[in-house]
Design a protein around this ligand. Structure first.
Ligand SMILES: NC(=O)c1ccc[n+]([C@@H]2O[C@H](COP(=O)([O-])OP(=O)(O)OC[C@H]3O[C@@H](n4cnc5c(N)ncnc54)[C@H](O)[C@@H]3O)[C@@H](O)[C@H]2O)c1
Ligand SMILES: O=C(O)CC[C@@H](O)C(=O)O
Length: 524
């Protein structure tokens, strides 16, 4: 009999697949209430309230799977779960419509002062002049993060006659055109939107995305909305811009700390809030609970799961053989993503030599995960990478070729974007490790690890020396250097590695050199 702990409140109807299963016993209690029995549970189902920490995972010694009835898994220590061999699944699209509708409701409430007017009428006032609002019609809505929720919101905004501007590193021209929105840079969104709403996950890239600098670039009188995750809009900066009147109004469903009992934001009349209600509809809760219940049951019964966000389903033996290429693939994907910072439509992977005899689809997924994780968040991995890539309109293919690389094994990747393409080659040498041996037709040889600087430059005397001098002047120690060129005096590349990351100011200084064509930092 499998023991399943449902630790947060969940739709009873949605739990029916588990309740109906003859081999499952469900306990619906908070973690604190079953502290002594934690070691008995095979599965744990949560929403966002229960924090699935490393310590909780350690105490749940029989745990095999965690099911998150919702999208964000920021309340689950996925790395710790992965290390312990615990599968984490979520319900990625069950609450999309509810959250998009909630965001829309917040937007309408914000520009028409509905919450403030409600409170006023309830206090027996009848003050029509105090709540004159604005129409949504004809306004520009900037959507940052154009995944499931962002796209659903865009459809609704267009139906209201709004101009929709969208920023998402994954948005390709094709996808934008299909949905009828305008893909643009974040700078365009900041400068031209009347209302800006964020729909990204909370990652190290999106934390504070709307902070002191970026809010300062918005139109005076802008409205801001966050129904994604607290922290994407920096609360301290937001308070400053509310105080100086730059931001006209804010709608928040989520906060850096929830509940936000001590937050100064609650003191502003033009900040409207809900207590993380985006997904709180009967429909969404039924959807997400049903999705995770079915998946958990499948998993416990030994059937495949489709929405796992951490573990690959490989046998240990096969995994050991693939492991070195798996790692190499992930790093190559990550390098490509960081070098090619523009929308990508196609990723073509070619395998040559001994690696081609292995189950390459796993390496492909690992490579995609490396590529996507540099853009999405840490929850994209080899299990869901293919699905996420397709959702983002990125096609990928793999080809097995006869070995013409000159190496015992070789993985080549060609990435095609809207305006540019990028190529990289890697190999794994037994007892020696992984090497990147080609970039865009340049032969090179470096270990993909640490902090790297990829510089394209003219092959002229003194360029390498000048770079070295500036780094030296800033007390930056170069750990390794690799250079490559195709012909004397033509285009050349440098790959430098460091023990620590380089600051923006230094990169800007290097970029200003005449013979430097481009610079990319790569953090592996
Ligand atoms: N308020 C709620 O109750 C509630 C409910 C559901 C989801 N959420 C939050 O909403 C978020 C979005 O959900 P979704 O289902 O649309 O996820 P999604 O993965 O479909 O979409 C997220 C999008 O953000 C984009 N993105 C990532 N980094 C970016 C960056 N730096 N700049 C711009 N775009 C970036 C990704 O490319 C992706 O398209 C979730 O991560 C979750 O945290 C909140
Ligand atoms: O469980 C909830 O209600 C919140 C869910 C939401 O934040 C999510 O990420 O799916």
């Amino acid at each position: 009999m499998f023991q399943v702990l449902v630790a947060d409140s969940m739709s009873h109807e949605g739990l029916q697949p588990l309740l109906d299963a003859k081999n499952v016993n469900i306990v619906q209690k908070k973690v604190e209430e079953v502290e002594d029995d934690l070691h008995l549970f095979d599965a744990l189902l949560v929403r966002s309230a229960t924090k699935v920490t490393e310590s909780l995972l350690t105490r749940m010694t029989s745990l095999k799977i965690v099911g998150r009835a919702g999208v964000g898994v920021d309340n689950i220590d996925v790395d710790a779960a992965t290390k312990k061999g615990v599968v984490v699944i979520n319900a990625p699209d069950g609450n999309t419509i509810s959250t998009a509708e909630h965001t829309f409701a917040m937007m309408a409430s914000l520009v028409r002062h509905i919450p403030q007017a409600y409170v006023s009428v309830k206090s027996k006032e009848w003050n029509r002049n105090a709540f004159v609002g604005a129409e949504l019609y004809g306004k520009s809505l900037g959507i940052i993060g154009f995944g499931r929720i962002g796209s659903e919101l865009a459809k609704r905004a267009r139906a209201f006659g709004m101009t929709v501007l969208v920023f998402d590193p994954f948005l390709t021209r094709d996808r934008a055109e299909k949905i009828g929105v305008k893909g643009c840079s974040i700078e365009d969104i900041l400068a031209n939107s009347d209302i800006i709403t964020v729909h990204t996950p909370l990652t190290k890239e999106t934390k504070g995305l709307l902070g002191k600098v970026n809010i300062g670039k918005t139109k005076k009188g802008v409205y801001l909305i966050n129904c994604a995750r607290g922290g994407i809009i920096d609360e301290e900066a937001l308070i400053q811009y509310l105080e100086n009147g730059h931001v006209r109004g804010v709608a928040l469903d989520v906060f850096e700390v929830e509940p936000p009992v001590n937050s100064k934001l609650l003191e502003f009349d033009n900040v409207i809030t809900t207590p993380h209600l985006g997904a709180s509809t009967k429909e969404a809760q039924l959807n997400v609970a049903t999705q995770v219940s079915k998946e958990v049951l499948h998993f416990l019964e030994g059937k495949p799961v489709t929405s796992s966000i951490n573990l690959p389903t490989l046998t240990k033996e096969l995994f050991e053989k693939i492991q070195p290429f798996y790692q190499l693939g992930k790093k190559m994907g990550n390098i490509v993503s960081q070098c090619m910072r523009e929308p990508v439509q196609e990723i073509a992977i070619q395998y040559e030599g001994s690696v081609a005899e292995l189950e390459t689809s796993f390496i492909t997924k690992s490579l995609l995960a490396g590529f996507l994780s540099a853009r999405v968040d840490s929850t994209v991995n080899e299990v869901n990478a293919g699905m996420v890539a397709k959702e983002r309109g990125i096609s990928f293919s793999e080809k097995i070729s006869s070995n013409q690389s000159g190496y015992e094994n070789c993985i080549s990747v060609h990435v095609q974007g809207d305006h540019k393409s990028f190529e990289i080659k890697g190999t794994h040498v037994p007892n020696y490790g992984e090497r990147i041996v080609g970039i865009n037709d340049f032969n090179i040889d470096f270990i993909p690890t640490g902090y790297l600087l990829y510089i394209q430059h003219q092959d002229k005397p003194g360029v390498i020396g000048r770079v070295g001098k500036v780094l030296g002047d800033h007390k930056i120690n170069i750990a390794t250097t690799q250079v490559g060129r195709k012909e004397k005096g033509g285009e050349a590349i440098m790959m430098l590695s460091f023990d620590r990351s380089l600051d923006e100011e230094l990169i800007d200084c290097l970029k200003s050199f005449e013979d430097i064509l481009s610079i990319r930092t790569i953090d592996l």
